[in-house]
Design a protein around this ligand. Sequence first.
Ligand SMILES: Cc1cc2nc3c(=O)[nH]c(=O)nc-3n(C[C@H](O)[C@H](O)[C@H](O)COP(=O)(O)O)c2cc1C
Length: 291
Amino acid sequence: MTKSRIVYFSQGGATAQVAESIATGLRNFGRDVELYNLINHAPPDLAGSDLLGIGFPVYYFQPPFIIWDYLGGLPDLPGLPAFVFITYGTYPGNAGTSVRRVLMHKKMRELGYFRSRGADYFLGYLKKGYLFSPGHPVQADRTNSEVFGRQLAARLAGAEYVRPAEDKPPDFIYRLQRLTLNRWLVRHIFARFFAVKKTDCTGCGLCVEICPTGNIHAGSDGRPQWGRKCLLCLYCEMRCPAEAITSPMSWQSFSPFYDGNIARAASNPELDYVRVAHRRGRTERLNRSES
Ligand SMILES: Cc1cc2nc3c(=O)[nH]c(=O)nc-3n(C[C@H](O)[C@H](O)[C@H](O)COP(=O)(O)O)c2cc1C
């Protein structure tokens, strides 16, 4: 029997929830669905697949590098029905479009494109006191994801699919940020500047455990050491209970970008946010008197 396969990356859980809801929609129509989070699953063999879904959170207005790696390893799959879904906190740019194009180049047949919001645990914004899209995907997002899954099933069964328009390319300021955080710079420059304050680090190993690419190893003193497979997700720094980790994303030079992005997002009536304090690896909502 054929299987529908959904391959995704999710570090914070939002994309995973959307993937699960899409799978529920497909299963309700009798489809056999398997899900693979690239953090803890090897990419599946696609033999016998009747559908391939690819999902990811937008990182820096582009797909995370782990998704590019996965796509790079895919052969041409002529005629395989495929769909793309993304989650984002404030502004996704055209990250979804870039992956839709790759699938087209690999000769797949697009059957859907879906976007959902997901709680935005980007450390640059948290440190400035903003959590955008808190709680997303909320129930309505999950319902929409499930409906999308049902639509996919109907299209597999022959219902018409009208390909949605491509996302508009982002404005200059977002393209500049994307360029600043391109893969070469991350691998050769930024990845070198992750550091641990040895006096503060307790050697708890949390950073090693949560790194999505296994890029962090404990040295002989039990303290973290970083390799070059960094996605710049910043979860190591964000979750460190001792605040012992620093990364290039704390450099003052990035601050104007964060301020500009926050100002644009906070004034967008379609987005919600809460004020937060990020301390010792935890994000706490501020109550009214503090905000
Ligand atoms: C390192 C990092 C970069 C991000 N960059 C963007 C971005 O450029 N645009 C956006 O709208 N959201 C951005 N986000 C928010 C995530 O795309 C969003 O919260 C997503 O739902 C997280 O998915 P996950 O919980 O499955 O990991 C970023 C989050 C992180 C951690």
